[in-house]
Ligand binder design. Structure first.
Ligand code: KG4
Ligand code: ZN
Length: 338
């Protein structure tokens, strides 16, 4: 029997989860409304909110699962990448608790966690599978060979896909995070109304900053003739911009499928919640005669369940961290050879 506690604090969601023998018992996530009035995440505010949220969340988790904290066998926590202050709160919290309970610590990489979010709930992909990891901070195409080994095949050279959504939304005067808002407005818009040039990137690499600039110029030019251009065309603007981002992502993913011959395909990370991306991926994967895996909405966003599942595989492999472990802001994955 193994009972694992997982703690995720890499960005602006505080999340804890309990996992028993590989199965999630409960996941509790607390978003941070504190950032709303700033129009983006303020790192110092995020760290303080994590500090405030962590103990009440753990107490709620214990209550809901009827567990005693003394029954945990190990604590898995997100060691990076992310906001350093946020990561520090989770790291210090986990280290202290592990020390007090005299149980081992497992340091989990946040991106590895997103890759493993496919193993929170069945059906699980078979190895090897390809994962398009699209979050607010990262955009990668990864080949996952087993629960503990993976290779980055392509990545964005500038903005992440989620960042492209958020920055585009900001240009259109929408609130942060803009991804879900663009998703919503785009649903009743025309994706072909404003064509965007396809970013030119070699191989499986990606780029999104040009799309954001094209949107900026499109809006700037049209505002000269129509001061209400954004309001009058919001749905079409959102649909066209979303089409450019998602179309590009799916064409790159299709290229990876064809190059590797791997037909087990997953999408993970916050942008995997996007309805249009999900339907495009479904269509592409069906055409390629593959199987598509997308985690439930709550497991696409940052959550401790994915950290628990990854931590469980590391636990079984004896991959423990000692108490000198420190968090890291940038992933070693970012510099992985392509
Ligand atoms: O994985 P995640 O929760 O946090 C990071 O690790 O970054 O991803 C957050 C990102 C944000 O950029 C947000 O705008 C985007 O995911 N996002 C979406 C949607 N829901 C969240 N983007 C497009 N459509 C959505 N429905
Ligand atoms: Zn994430």
């Amino acid at each position: 029997m193994c009972l694992l506690l997982a703690v995720e604090t890499s960005c602006d969601d505080t999340s804890v989860a309990a996992l028993k023998n590989g199965k999630i018992l409960a996941t509790l996530t607390s978003g941070q409304k504190e950032h709303d009035r700033f129009g983006g995440i303020v790192p110092e505010v995020a760290s303080r909110a994590h500090q405030k949220n962590l103990i009440p969340l753990l107490e709620r988790l214990l209550k809901e699962t009827k567990l005693n904290k003394k029954s945990f066998d190990a604590i898995a926590f997100t060691a990076g990448p992310g906001l350093l202050g946020s990561l520090l709160t989770g790291t210090v919290f986990s280290k202290s608790l592990a020390q007090a309970l005299e149980i081992p610590l497992v340091a989990v990489d946040h991106l590895h966690g997103h890759l493993m979010s496919h193993f929170i709930e069945p059906p699980f992909p078979a190895f090897p599978y390809l994962c398009l990891l699209v979050s607010g901070g990262h955009t990668l195409i990864v080949r996952v060979d087993d629960p503990l080994s993976y290779t980055v095949m392509g990545r964005t050279v500038d903005d992440a896909a989620g960042e492209a959504f958020d920055k585009g939304a900001k240009i259109m005067g929408l609130a942060y995070p803009g991804g879900p808002l663009i998703d919503r407005f785009a649903a009743s818009g025309n994706p072909n109304r404003f064509p965007f040039p396809e970013p030119k990137m070699q191989g499986l690499n990606m780029s999104f900053s040009g799309l954001k600039t094209s949107l900026l110029y499109l809006i700037r030019d049209n505002l000269k003739n129509d001061p209400d251009f954004i309001q009058n065309n919001l749905n079409d603007l959102c649909a066209s911009y979303q089409e450019a981002i998602n179309g590009f992502l799916i064409r790159k993913l299709r290229r990876a499928v064809r190059e590797t011959g791997i037909r087990e395909i997953g999408i993970a990370g916050g942008v995997a919640a996007n309805i249009n991306l999900r339907s495009k991926a479904t269509e592409m994967v069906a055409n390629e005669k593959g199987n598509l895996y997308i985690p439930a909405f709550e497991y696409c966003m940052d959550n401790a369940a994915m950290i628990a599942v990854t931590g469980w595989y590391q636990f079984k492999a004896g991959q423990f961290a000692d108490h000198t472990v420190t968090p890291y802001a940038k992933s070693p994955l970012k510099n992985a050879p392509l």
